[in-house]
Design a protein around this ligand. Structure first.
Ligand SMILES: Nc1ncnc2c1ncn2[C@@H]1O[C@H](COP(=O)(O)OP(=O)(O)OP(=O)(O)O)[C@@H](O)[C@H]1O
Ligand SMILES: [Mg+2]
Length: 491
């Protein structure tokens, strides 16, 4: 693998294993410079994990690197090719506004992609300008870091640089470049690209690379491609269950927005639900509710099926046999998703063991929450804190009956009440990025050049299960729960 042995003053230790794939998979090019880069937010904790020198990167020269005006030593920037099913239709895509600088080898020995998003046009830009607006990039920063703190696999955000240039959307908006960090940017769509553009050779090269990079333990198994499909399916069974357990709506679950590593990627029109309603959507282009909160497990399964199709020639010699294998993996995905979700819901209610009536206990609560528009996060927080009287369901006969049943169920456990409360605290976040607080932070930053509101919000979101008193202001639901407050989620 091409390597840059010498660590620089900035701490860069960049390699470029992706560039060893057949050259249909990428186009080498540098990011396009921007007019007057200004660093507006920087993630010191992540920089330390990456072995990067925060102080150096915050200087003018360092900021120039995070803006794409200067290429770090050892970087071999490239735009990645991929395809995708978007809202059901197949398209050739690729990084139309991003470049991969390389893979940072961290002090802990991990290999993590460093990508600039909003870095200018590429051969995959189609009609786009290659740029990104400040509001949405700050939004990606906040939500991805909140997801990480919640314990949910995700790409991360190192920095946002304002470009000093405007981008034309519905109006003119300030532009920005986000430095995104990921286990890799291999997407289901990367495999779709290989299947569409390449032969068996390219498909195999990509699958081998994905295995080496994310599932090295599978290299020696009998058919590593079946094992790859199973492993990716299992990671998504776990990932999507985690989304459902905190009320996260991804919003654009197209195959180009799902990763081989099992990390959440692309924080476009995403948001956390306030009131519990499986039909909740945040994307204005999702008129059919394809990516509604309650549909996510099925849509991930649909996307996995598209991924499986790209692997068919590698799964077995005969097509029939390959299809059967893929079908059985997809069936396991659904079962495994449900098992993960059920286990997570038990934890949210402080239940350690399994009882036959648990599914109806959990389902009964969710039905009541849906019927009466209960806030998802606050409901579980109130139950955790033993304050059912603070919920939207307080005083309702059906809820009182449910509550008694739940209390009796808790009393039947040997672990005791204190342990149940600890389990609930570890499973029910005290604070999530409430949409109205995110909007408030973005308005201050984008419209008033005040980043302190965002800094305080990030601090509150950094330890969501700590139940610390400083988080209290960030737990209040919006005054108007019918307003989804997601105006900065464009592009
Ligand atoms: N302003 C733009 N200029 C050029 N290409 C763009 C632009 N916005 C989006 N694209 C491209 O359109 C495709 C789909 O867009 P999507 O909103 O999923 O991407 P994104 O938010 O840029 O990317 P990512 O998935 O990397 O977070 C991607 O290939 C993306 O690179
Ligand atoms: Mg995308």
């Amino acid at each position: 693998m091409a390597s840059n042995e010498q660590k620089t003053a900035y701490g860069w230790k960049l390699e470029s294993s992706y560039a060893e794939l057949p050259d249909i998979f990428y186009t080498k090019l540098n990011p396009w410079p921007v007019r007057s880069p200004k660093l507006v937010i920087f993630n010191d904790g992540l920089a330390a994990e990456l072995g990067l020198n925060s102080e150096e990167l915050k200087t003018e020269e360092g900021t120039a690197m995070l803006a794409g005006n200067r290429v770090p030593e050892g970087a071999e920037p490239l735009a990645q090719a991929y395809a995708g099913h978007q809202f059901g239709g197949f398209t050739m895509l690729g990084d139309g506004r991003a470049v991969l600088l390389g893979e940072q080898i961290t002090p802990g020995g991990s290999r993590l992609d460093i990508q600039l998003k909003g870095s200018g046009r590429t051969p995959y830009s189609r009609g786009g300008d290659g740029r990104a607006a400040l509001g949405p990039m700050l939004r990606e920063f906040i939500i991805s870091e909140a997801m990480h703190a919640l314990g949910i696999p995700t790409t991360r955000s190192l920095a946002v640089v304002a470009t000093g240039e405007e981008v034309a959307r519905e109006t003119y908006l300030p532009g920005a470049v986000l430095t995104r960090v990921a286990a890799s940017h291999l997407r289901f769509g990367t495999f779709q690209f290989a299947a569409y553009k390449g032969g068996t050779e390219e498909r195999k090269a990509l699958a081998d690379y994905a295995i080496r990079r994310h599932y090295p333990e599978l290299e020696s198994v009998d058919n590593p491609y079946i094992a790859l499909l199973e492993a990716v399916a299992q990671r998504h069974a776990s990932l999507v269950a985690k989304w459902q357990l905190v009320g996260f709506v991804h919003g654009v679950m197209n195959t180009d927005n799902m990763t081989i590593s099992g990390e959440t990627i692309d924080y476009g029109p995403c948001a956390f639900i306030d009131t519990y309603d499986p039909a909740t959507v945040f994307s204005s282009i999702d008129q059919q509710g394809r990516y509604a909160f309650g549909n996510q497990p099925q849509i991930a399964g649909w996307n996995l099926a598209r991924f499986a199709e790209t692997l068919l020639p590698l799964l077995a010699d005969e097509q029939d046999k390959a299809v059967k294998i893929a079908q059985s993996v997809l069936k396991e995905y659904i079962e495994s998703y449900y098992a993960n979700w059920l286990a997570g819901m038990r934890s949210k209610l402080g239940l350690f063991n399994v009882e036959a009536e648990d599914e109806s206990l959990i389902g009964g609560l969710l039905e009541l929450m849906h019927e009466h528009g209960a806030d998802f996060t606050n409901m579980f927080r109130a139950l955790t804190l033993g304050r059912p009287e603070e919920t939207a369901l307080a005083g309702r006969k059906a809820f009182n009956e449910w509550h008694e049943k739940w209390q009796a169920r808790l009393d039947r456990q040997e672990e005791g009440r204190d342990a149940a409360v600890e389990l609930m605290k570890a499973s029910n976040p005290n604070v999530i990025p409430l949409n109205h607080r995110v909007e408030e932070a973005l308005t201050a930053a984008v419209e008033h050049n005040d980043f302190t509101v965002m800094e305080r919000l990030l601090a509150a979101l950094s330890a969501p299960y700590s139940y610390s008193a400083e988080q209290n202001p960030y737990t209040q639901p919006p005054a108007d729960p019918d307003n989804p407050y997601v105006t900065f989620c464009g592009t």
